[in-house]
Design a protein around this ligand. Structure first.
Ligand code: TEU
Ligand code: CA
Length: 557
């Protein structure tokens, strides 16, 4: 495999609105990110993915862009952005912008012009249809309801896969693609190192549009069904790569759901459309097509199986980007650990388990201190638009309000969007004003200030994981080595070997509260990481792992 600059990097996602508020208006901002760059350098991360800060009405928290060439004043100015890129560079940190190009905002000038004159120059930038012919298809939008919405002041309607304030761009129209490539290159010229590609699989629709069998009481069909019928996205992605990323050696990570298994090499192989794409197999565990209310909780065995399937699938192909959470998901520790067992030891075990898998590890803000899901008392205190749709779906299916709220509490995107917990002061030290969204009450106990320098904290544990991954000595195994499941059948054990040309590391996590004995794969040289201060060797080549213990051993070859 040809080496790339990003192979040995660790990435970190910032959700700017909730990261750090510099000017006290309650909204996190770019100057706030700059102020906290030293925290990120201390942690040791190399790549920052910044969720959208472009000009936006914030109908979907910035994933609805009204000007790709401008920074929203709530987040700062273009000078701030330039300063962020420069300050990051001083610390050898690379910046990734969030590229939201499946759709824009209904306040974008293209849409405004299409609305003013649907038959004119910009009409074909969107998917428009005559109202008189009825709804062209019964697809459900991701946020609930039909994808079709009347185009105000006209006899047309337009398509939106997400919120109605997020009209889909028509990628079949070459002028749309040219406008997008121009914009991408403009950002690359500015010095960003690459992009995270939002919802990118949606840019290719199954055409001609038609109805699919309804799968919920609303009579609509899941958008995933349409995607399964869409053919030919590759031509768009290849063209985009050649016109933009490739010329700049940019790092790109696709938010790709619903890809067809045989397409993985085309997406992230040596010559793939993207450098990497997120592995969402773990987030899909237990998820029901009916909605959040019908999801089943994750077990350790389920988690392990999902990780290994992804590892096996990508092994000879390329690098997945590995996560336990992001701004669309509940907190990883609240999702992948049993509710009554969430503690510092188990958080570290989960961290270590995904972090050493083959691929690029991404950390979501607050994950490095073990932030947990927040309290959500009632539906009117929810900001997240997808939570509202899921709440409705639960009620429609006959659940009580209390049961519907339970689902929202477990899966709401607000869980990840509460302010970053910097210290134990008011609002977790996120703002001097009133935060746009309430801080999780846990900030008094879980915060950066308390953990920084405390040897056995989650934060310091993440630092040690990052340092080990970046140690050039182990590059042959932790970056380029194979990932081989170890004692896969042993229940409650998540273990694998990272086998390189020179080094072999044995990674073991006891994914349960009870201790268990584990046979080692051979003799070991040394213990590289241990989340506990004991290491119990038995006489017969076995070790006894305490509940939630996690260790990495360097094996003797
Ligand atoms: O998410 C894409 C996506 O597929 C969503 O269905 C996501 O799984 C859902 O929001 C979870 O509830 C991306 C962004 O990450 C998300 O924040 C945006 O809302 C969405 O695109 C639209 O831009
Ligand atoms: Ca602010």
């Amino acid at each position: 495999m040809e080496k790339q600059w990003w192979h040995n990097k660790v990435a970190y996602q910032i959700y700017p609105k909730s990261f750090y508020d510099h000017n006290g208006d309650g909204i996190g901002d770019i100057p706030g990110i700059i102020e906290k760059l030293d925290h990120l350098a201390y942690l040791g991360v190399d790549i920052l993915w910044i969720s959208p800060v472009y000009q936006s009405p914030l109908a979907d928290q910035g994933y609805d862009i009204s000007d790709y060439y401008a920074i929203d004043p709530r987040f700062g100015t273009m000078e701030d952005m330039d300063r962020l890129i420069a300050e990051a560079k001083k610390r050898q940190i690379y910046i990734l912008m969030d590229l939201v190009i499946n759709h824009c905002s209904d306040e974008h000038v293209w849409f405004q012009k299409a609305m003013a004159d649907p038959e004119g120059e910009y009409g074909n930038f969107f998917y428009l249809a005559d109202q008189k012919d009825g709804r062209p298809c019964n697809w459900r939008s991701y946020f609930g309801g039909s994808v079709w919405e009347p185009l105000p002041g006209t006899d047309k309607q337009y398509l939106h896969m997400f919120h109605k304030k997020q009209p889909d761009l028509n990628w079949e129209e070459p002028r749309v693609r040219q406008e997008i490539y121009k914009m991408i290159n403009w950002w690359l010229e500015k010095g960003v190192a690459g992009f995270r590609l939002d919802a990118i699989i949606n840019i290719k629709k199954a055409l001609p549009m038609k109805d699919y069998p309804a799968d919920r009481p609303d009579g609509l069909a899941d958008p995933g069904v349409m995607l399964a019928h869409a053919e030919g996205i590759g031509a768009f992605l290849k063209e985009m790569k050649e016109e933009t990323f490739q010329k700049y050696h940019a790092f790109t990570v696709g938010e790709v759901f619903n890809e067809k298994p045989e397409e993985l090499a085309a997406f992230i192989g040596e010559d793939g459309y993207f450098s990497s794409m997120f592995d969402f197999r773990e987030t899909a565990i237990g998820s029901s097509p009916k909605g959040w209310y019908d999801n089943r909780p994750v077990t350790g065995e389920g988690y392990k199986a999902a990780c290994f399937e992804s590892q096996e699938r990508s092994a000879d192909i390329g690098f997945y980007s590995n996560i336990i959470e992001n701004h669309d998901e509940p907190r990883g520790v609240s999702r992948y650990l049993p509710k009554d067992q969430v503690c510092e030891a188990s958080k570290k075990m989960l961290a270590g388990s995904y972090f050493m898998l083959r691929g690029i590890p991404f950390i979501y803000q607050g994950q490095e201190i073990g932030m947990e899901n927040t309290d959500i008392p009632s539906i009117d205190q929810v900001d997240d638009i997808s939570s509202r749709a899921e709440y409705e779906a639960a009620l429609q299916a006959g659940l009580s309000e209390e049961k519907a709220m339970e689902a929202v509490r477990d899966y709401s995107r607000d869980n990840a969007r509460t302010p970053m917990q910097w210290n134990g002061e008011r609002h977790g030290g996120f703002t001097k004003g009133t935060p746009w969204i309430k801080a999780a009450p846990s900030y008094r106990l879980i915060n950066v200030e308390e953990q920084r320098g405390r040897k056995d904290s989650v934060l310091e544990f993440y630092r040690s994981l990052i340092a080990l991954r970046k140690d050039p000595k182990y590059e042959d195994s932790l970056i380029y080595g194979a990932c081989i499941p170890y004692l896969r059948e042993q229940k409650g054990l998540m273990a694998y070997l990272r086998k390189g040309e020179i080094h072999t590391l044995l990674v073991m996590g006891n994914y349960q509260g009870a201790p268990q004995k584990v046979e080692l794969s051979g003799t070991y040289e040394k213990v590289l990481i241990n989340n506990m201060d004991r290491f119990d060797e038995e006489e017969d080549g076995k070790i006894c792992l305490m509940g939630w213990q996690y260790v990495i051993l360097e094996m003797r070859s």
